[in-house]
Design a protein around this ligand. Sequence first.
Ligand code: ATP
Ligand code: MG
Ligand code: ZN
Length: 327
Amino acid sequence: MAFDNKYYSAAEAEMSSLRAENTRTLAAHENEIKTKHPEIAALSDALAGTSAKLFMLISDKSGDISTKLAQLEQENLSIQAQLKAALKKHGYEENYLEPIYSCKRCKDTGIAYGKRCSCFMEKVKKAASDDLNKSSPLRLCSFKDFSLSYYDDTLIAGIGTTARKIMEYNLSVCRKYADDFHLPYKSLLMRGKTGLGKTHLSLSIASEVLAKGYSVIYGSAPDIFRRIEKEHFNNQSDEETLDMVIKADLLVLDDVGAEFESKFYVSAMYNIINDRMNASMPTIVSTNLEHSELGKRYGERTYSRLSTMDELFFAGSDVRIKKAEQM
Ligand SMILES: Nc1ncnc2c1ncn2[C@@H]1O[C@H](COP(=O)(O)OP(=O)(O)OP(=O)(O)O)[C@@H](O)[C@H]1O
Ligand SMILES: [Mg+2]
Ligand SMILES: [Zn+2]
């Protein structure tokens, strides 16, 4: 998959500051050893000396050099061993004076075996998904500021339970979902009226899953579908949003049904849900729509997939309004 050039540039910049940082760290190590343990620094200089001589010998094509070579190699190995021992003796790592690489595979060049290194592609992907998540307050919501006190605890006529009981159950399902998150994993369908905490709980899950190191894409359906449509018809950036949405470890597709009604969106919705379900990749879908509306809007095939998700029904009255009244 091809990403927009700006994400490659972002990854290059990141690699370059990584190299600079590692170079600075090594220089600091060298300085420290020089001032605190000059005898170790001398060993390190001697090692550099034998390496240089070794190099000169190898590039010297004249005469028989094998004896000298073996001798120098021996010397080199022996100083290396002394250096390691001396470092260890003073409580340092053996490789304290060696070049530092964040990625051993490509030595922080971003290229390994003639191809972009996986560490580099991870950075490109991260830049692209950060950009997509930028508009969402991914870290703003957490389980700990979700309060059950906003939900009425009087019995709902005909249902025999209370909004608070229902929401207590939803909260516990969401916590457990975040705690047990692994791949492949099940999907959730959050359904209910406005202001009842669907976005709050889905973001709480998202931030915990993110903290576990999984890739998470959060987006409202209007925003995600608009991006997908734009990329599809502009055909410049190679549909990277659709690709990320399909491949993310966890997709939170919020406000489903709030997007403008269009055939293109309906088919995008089907592709996303179908591809992810086929790969057993988890999705959290939130919506204000009733079942009948979901079926009518997205069609049988999408609806039958949505209805296999674990459903959480959100009850109560608008928390957004209650919070505003308290202020
Ligand atoms: N139980 C709760 N405790 C604390 N804050 C809450 C709770 N439920 C919702 N909120 C807050 O109220 C506001 C509305 O909640 P949220 O956005 O999650 O509702 P929603 O169900 O996603 O609504 P909509 O269907 O309109 O998208 C948010 O600021 C959210 O943080
Ligand atoms: Mg919401
Ligand atoms: Zn690498």
